[in-house]
Design a protein around this ligand. Structure first.
Ligand code: BGN
Length: 363
């Protein structure tokens, strides 16, 4: 009898010890292995059935007609579920010729003036602004809007899309336009997350949620043009997401990268200079298709980028959100997005293009 009891005691002790080891392993970054272990005991996940869900992904407008039928309530809405029931998996991305903005509008009846949306039947848990730097890419913008609106609606997020259009024809400056977008979007609403989004990148998986993480997020980690993997470890280009606090901690983005290349690497360096890490979604989720195009006129490679990058750690506090000088020329609340046209000047400052007489530049 006694020996049977002590056998049980040993068994319980061994089991206890195993649990402690598992807990320690999971703390030390072995989550994947532990998750794998626990998965053995779980039923396999069954992918959603239906004709729209096949290997090539489903239609980006699947499911959304359900929303349009729900009358918009003003108050007393319950919170949206933590995991949206509308979210699926891979999305089928093609670029049909003949698509018009009017067609995109027609397919998104719940999007209101300025490209804003909030879920009609529940209180969103997340509020995200999408910032898109832009010049001469109307064709790409149309496709991005076609895919982004239903994608975000399915995630049950409250959102608004801002297109920051660089006026005049001096060399393009992607990062400075992002600084403009940050300030102008925050002026309108207390956004909790900002997605800085290239105009030619289309998300290919519904589970790539457009919400912020505890650290700055690099979302576009698997682009088709790089064989659906990171081109290099510190890559921070394409699509990234930061909370206002994270953005300010690294003094925003640099203002003086004129032309192609390097500004995203500078931003990546700022993340660590601001004392933060880079967070990333899973490789199978952070997938993007790039709309093919040639290098734009007015966005030639920046030959100074190597020198500038070498100095980021000395310059980031003197150049960034705190020194972004620009002049908003117009703000249009269009049906699918808010269009902010801005004079960001040249590498010599605002002067050459400053509107006269006009308002003082926004600082
Ligand atoms: C890198 C560019 C990035 C660009 C990626 C992907 C530079 C700086 C060189 C030190 N960086 O090489 O800006 O997003 O390629 O195309 O050119």
């Amino acid at each position: 009898m006694g020996t049977l009891q002590s056998k049980w005691r040993y068994l319980v002790m061994i089991l206890g010890a195993q649990l402690v080891i598992m807990a320690l392993l999971s703390k030390e970054g072995y989550q994947k292995r532990v998750t794998y272990f626990f998965r053995i005991f779980r039923k396999p996940e069954v992918p959603p059935a239906g004709p729209l869900h096949n290997q090539t992904g489903r239609d980006v407008y699947a499911n959304l007609s359900q929303l349009a039928k729900v009358p918009l309530q003003e108050e007393g809405l319950p919170y949206c579920p933590r995991k949206s029931p509308l979210v699926g998996g891979p999305i089928r991305v093609t670029f049909p010729s003949g698509l018009t903005l009017a067609e995109v509008e027609r397919k998104n009846p719940l999007v209101v003036r300025g490209g804003r949306y909030r879920p009609p039947n529940c209180e969103a848990r997340h509020r995200t602004a999408i910032i898109i730097p832009h010049r001469n890419r109307e064709h790409h913008l149309k496709f991005l809007l076609y895919y982004l609106h239903p994608f975000l609606q399915r995630q049950q997020i409250s959102y608004s899309i801002y297109v920051i259009h660089q006026a005049r024809n001096f060399t393009f400056n992607r990062a400075k336009l992002m600084n403009v977008g940050f300030r102008e979007a925050m002026r309108e609403e207390d956004w909790e997350c900002l997605f800085f989004h290239d105009v030619d990148l289309i998300p290919e998986d519904d589970r790539n949620t457009y919400i912020c993480d505890a650290h700055p997020k690099h979302a576009a980690i698997a682009m088709d043009k790089f064989g659906y993997k990171l081109p290099y470890k510190s890559y921070f280009g394409g699509v990234s997401a930061l909370t206002p606090l994270q953005y300010l901690k690294m003094n925003g983005f640099p203002n003086n990268y004129w032309g192609w290349g390097g500004e995203d690497d500078d931003i990546g360096i700022r993340v660590s200079l601001g004392g933060m890490l880079i967070s990333r979604p899973a490789l199978k989720v952070g997938r993007y298709k790039m709309i093919k195009h040639k290098l734009d006129e007015g966005n030639e490679m920046n030959p100074r980028r190597f020198n500038m990058l070498a100095k980021t750690r000395h310059t980031w506090r003197q150049d960034g959100m705190n020194t972004a000088e620009y002049e908003v020329l117009s703000r249009q609340y269009l049906p699918l997005y808010t269009n902010i046209t801005v004079n960001i000047g040249t590498n010599k400052g605002l002067e050459p293009y400053r509107a006269a007489p006009g308002p003082h530049p926004t600082r």
